[in-house]
Design a protein. Sequence first.
Lengths: 231, 231
Amino acid sequence: MPEPVSIIGASGALGFGLAVRLAHAGGEVVLGSRDPGRAGETVVRVRAAVPAGKLDCALNADAAAAADLVILAVPFRNQAETLHNLRGALRPGQIVVDATVPLAAALGGKATRTIGVWQGSAAQQAQEMVPDGVSVVSALHTISAASLRDLDSALDEDVLVAGDRRADKARVAALLDSIDGLRCVDCGRLEMARLTEQLTALMISVNVRYKTHAGIRITGLPDELWPAAAS
Amino acid sequence: MPEPVSIIGASGALGFGLAVRLAHAGGEVVLGSRDPGRAGETVVRVRAAVPAGKLDCALNADAAAAADLVILAVPFRNQAETLHNLRGALRPGQIVVDATVPLAAALGGKATRTIGVWQGSAAQQAQEMVPDGVSVVSALHTISAASLRDLDSALDEDVLVAGDRRADKARVAALLDSIDGLRCVDCGRLEMARLTEQLTALMISVNVRYKTHAGIRITGLPDELWPAAAS
C-alpha cells in the first residue's frame, strides 16, 4: 500500500495520470488545484477511472499540507509562482517530488527544446524555493501522461530519480514502484535533474517520429535497486 | 554485412570496443590513430578478439579518407583539433558519426557533469568544423565501451541517433544495427545531440551507484524503426 500523497496540479495531464495510477494502486491521494471547481472536477474524473479510489481534493496550499509526500506536477511556467504560494504550507520533513520540465514551450518555443534554468534545473530551483528542511526529489520526466491516465495501457518503463538524500529517494521510489510497470532508478544527486529533465524533450522528439508514447528503461541493473541497508 | 567503416581514435576505449564489435559483425574496419605504433598495436588487440576480422590501420587522416562512414571516437578535449586536422581528408558525401561527449572531465571536472559547448553540442561543433557536404550524425553516447570490447557480454540496449538527414541516419543505423544486441532509434535532428550527449554523464552516475555498465532502452516503439520508404 503506497503512503498518502498530495498532487499539486492534479488537474493537469501529468498530475491527473499520476492520480489515476496511484489511486488504482490503493493509495490515498489528495488532488490539489488552483481552482476549487477544477479540483472537484478532477476528483470526478479520477473516480470515473478508479471507482474505489481514496480521493480528496483541496486548493493547492491545503493539499501541500495534507501529506508528507507532495508531487509538484505543474507546468514549468507556473513552478516558481506555485512554490512561492506554497511556502507557508510546506513544513520541514516533507518531500516534494518535482516533475516539472523547463521546456522551451513554456516561453512559446518548441517542446523538443529546453530553456536554461539559472539553478541548473527546475528541481534545483524548487530546492532553492522550498522552506528549509523540505527535501526535493526529481522524478517522472520520462513518463507519458497519456500512458498514465489510461489504465488499459500497460506501463513498462523506468522512473529516473535524482535527489541529495538517499532515504528520501527510496521513499519516493516505494511510492512510485507501487504503480504496476514502473521501476524507479537512482540516478544520483539532485543536480542530475539537469540531465533527466531534458529527457522530456527527447521523449517528445521520439514520440513525434514514431507516433507513440515512448519511455525509458535502463538496462544492466541489478534486481534490487533500493536496498534497505543503504537507505 | 555492414559497410566498411573507419574509426578515428580506435585506440581509445570506445573506438576499440566499436572496432571489436564491427569486425565481429563481419565489417571491414580501418583503425585510425594519431600514432602509427598505437594504430598497429590496436590491430593486434582487435585481432586477438576477432581473429578473422577484416582490419586495416592508418593514421587518422588516412583512415578518414578510407571509408564513406567515419566514426569519430576521440575524447572531447581532442575533438576540435582532430576535426581541424581531418579537414583535408574528409570529402563531400561522407558521414561522420560523432560519438564525443563534452564531459566536464575534459577540463578536470567530474564525469557526471558536462560542459557547455557554444554550438549546443559536440555534434553541432563537429558539423560546423567538417567540410561542406560532410554530414554529421550523433550516436553511441549511452553505449558502454567496457561492454563493447567484451564479446562475451551480451548487449541489450538502444543507440540514440540524431542527425539532420534521415537517409544518413538510416545508413548509420544499418551499420550499428549489425552489432548484435544494439538497436538504433531516431531521436530527431542533430540539435537533439544536446540531450543525447548528456546521457553519458547520466549513465556514469547510474554506473557508480549500481556498479554496472548501464544502457538505455526506449520503450513503446514500433517494430520497424527505419522504414525504407521514409529514408
